[in-house]
Design a protein around this ligand. Structure first.
Ligand code: FBP
Length: 260
């Protein structure tokens, strides 16, 4: 059995992601949040269900003895520099992730890319290895490439969610289609794979709380969020507001008071 309890609270979760330095480059950072310790401090003080890092940062900044919040290692990654169909290959093994203290692993799959089958193949092995060690697997499952005209239609997101279920992911990290009712279909399509929604680029407080509320109402398990927290002026206040929506069923209006 895969152990989901270490990284969930009563079946819900909020994860903090910090793999953008590789995926986007330091352009997302300022003089504070460019330091991985700034991010780790938010994750610990905010009592996240997990923090997401690549192995290089985990090894240098978040050794086992400092792991107060479960470590989730992102096993593949790419920069945005090559002008090719999207593909992201493994840069860390399940074995090394576990050695670094990981309690879950993540992997991005670009469905629709010319290279999706290579990623499916690699992902299948990761699921096998991780599940043999009872470690959950999170699939960042993003429709992308020349064949994808719009990556947030309900049908393409449902296809992504279903693909995550078919391929053995415990969680599917996907984008939101901005439609609560239609998002229910996306979540139904994921079956027993739990759905996490990505934060995306910086939103206003009101927009972010509304998004969190809608995805939770639609049946999501939670958020795996990055920039909207560590680029926020008050990351811990925003964390508290979001946690009240995810775990305590608060409305955006009620949650807004944690930001004052
Ligand atoms: P954000 O909340 O900052 O969007 O982070 C979520 C995330 O999935 C990261 O884990 C990842 O680095 C990034 O988004 C991928 O972004 P893109 O959509 O540009 O590939």
């Amino acid at each position: 059995m895969v152990n989901l309890e270490r990284i969930t609270t009563k079946g819900k979760a909020i994860f903090l992601a910090y793999d953008q330095g590789l995926e986007h480059g330091p352009t997302d950072f300022n003089m504070d949040n460019v330091d991985p310790l700034y991010f780790i401090d938010i994750a610990i003080k905010g009592k996240y269900n997990g923090l997401i890092l690549h192995h290089g940062i985990a090894e240098k900044y978040y050794p086992k003895k400092k792991q107060k919040v479960p470590l989730i290692i992102k096993l593949n990654g790419k920069t945005k520099l090559p002008n090719i169909e999207p593909i992201s290959r493994k840069v860390c093994s399940v074995k090394r992730a576990i050695k670094l203290g990981a309690e879950a692993v993540g992997y991005t799959i670009y469905i629709g890319s010319q290279f999706e089958s290579e990623q499916f193949h690699e992902f299948g092995k990761i699921v096998e290895e991780a599940h043999n060690e009872h470690i959950p697997v999170i699939a960042w499952i993003y429709p992308r490439g020349k064949a994808i005209k719009n990556d947030t239609t309900t049908s393409i997101l449902a296809y992504a969610a279903r693909t995550a279920l078919e391929l053995g992911a415990d969680f599917a990290k996907i984008k939101y289609n901005n439609n609560l009712n239609r998002f229910k279909w996306v979540i139904e399509s994921a079956g027993r794979t739990k759905v996490l929604v990505a934060g995306g680029s910086k939103l206003t407080d009101k927009q972010l709380l509304q998004k969190a509320y809608e995805v939770m109402q639609a049946g999501a398990t939670g958020l795996a969020i990055g920039r909207n927290i560590w680029q926020h002026k008050h990351p811990l206040k925003m964390t508290k507001a979001l946690k009240n929506i995810i775990f305590n069923h608060k409305t955006p209006k009620e949650a807004m008071k944690y930001l004052q």
